[in-house]
Design a protein around this ligand. Structure first.
Ligand code: HEC
Length: 216
């Protein structure tokens, strides 16, 4: 019989604790489980502060921070890889200088962010293939060789186009690579493509002569 009393008592406590005494007000302060989290020293955004030397509560953005979105006064070519009417660029934006330094930076970023899937050569044979990611394509198939620099920039920025089922097989890298770094990676992807599908006409006259001499 005893457990019936217990059960009734328990039910009554539960009912009161969930529903409470409706309408009654308490003047006592609420129970705070973590008072040090509820009440901690903090500064309001965009307000002043005497704590820091420059008198501002907001701290300056650390150098090298990657902006998640393009600035408002954006340059379509540089930030979106498109010209004003939305056509993907066929050539690098004027402010991007493609030189050995840019390629070296591109190789560095590519090795970190792209090679795990696309492979160091860009042939789609990255380490993730061994773990079941079989959909990574090669950069050397005729359609991908024809992708313009603007389209490559768009893929890095926004990820791969969605499949008919609405799935995106490659996610965007805009939050991991700055605009400059994305152009560096584009240049490096182009260089990788040239290693496989380039012709003698792609190099300077001097380099052509050198290659011909060596082949003799
Ligand atoms: C997690 C694996 C993964 C990583 C990392 C990755 N990709 Fe991809 N990438 C894919 C897959 C999968 C596809 C194929 C998408 C499809 O066709 O649906 C793809 C497609 C592409 C394409 C072809 C797009 C097209 O129009 O066919 C390019 C170019 C590309 N990736 C470049 C890059 C670059 C540059 C990076 C590094 C910044 C990168 N990818 C990082 C998996 C990855």
């Amino acid at each position: 019989m005893r457990h019936v009393y217990f059960a009734t008592f328990f039910l009554a406590v539960l009912t009161v604790s969930v529903l409470g005494f409706r309408g009654t007000r308490s003047t006592r302060p609420p129970i705070e489980l973590f008072p040090d989290m509820d009440h901690q020293a903090h500064l309001k955004p965009q307000a002043g502060s005497t704590f820091f030397d420059d008198g501002r509560a907001d701290r300056p953005i650390p150098p090298g921070t990657v902006a998640a979105s393009a600035p408002l006064d954006d340059d379509d070519g540089l930030y979106h890889g498109m010209d004003a009417d939305g056509t993907p660029l066929k050539a690098f934006p004027a402010t991007v200088t493609v030189d050995a330094k840019l390629l070296a930076r591109g190789q560095n970023r590519f090795t970190i962010y792209c090679a795990p899937c696309h492979g160091a050569l860009g042939d789609g044979q990255g380490i993730t293939k061994q773990y079941g990611m079989t959909t990574t394509p090669s950069y050397f198939d005729p359609r991908r060789v024809k992708l313009t620099v603007g389209e490559l920039f768009g893929t890095i920025t926004n990820g791969s186009p969605k499949t008919p089922e609405g799935k995106q097989n490659m996610l965007p890298y805009a939050d991991k690579l700055s605009v400059e770094d994305r152009w560096a990676v584009v240049a490096y992807v182009r260089a990788l493509q040239r290693t496989q599908v380039g012709t003698l006409n792609d190099v300077t006259d001097a380099a052509q002569k050198e290659a011909l001499l060596k082949s003799k």
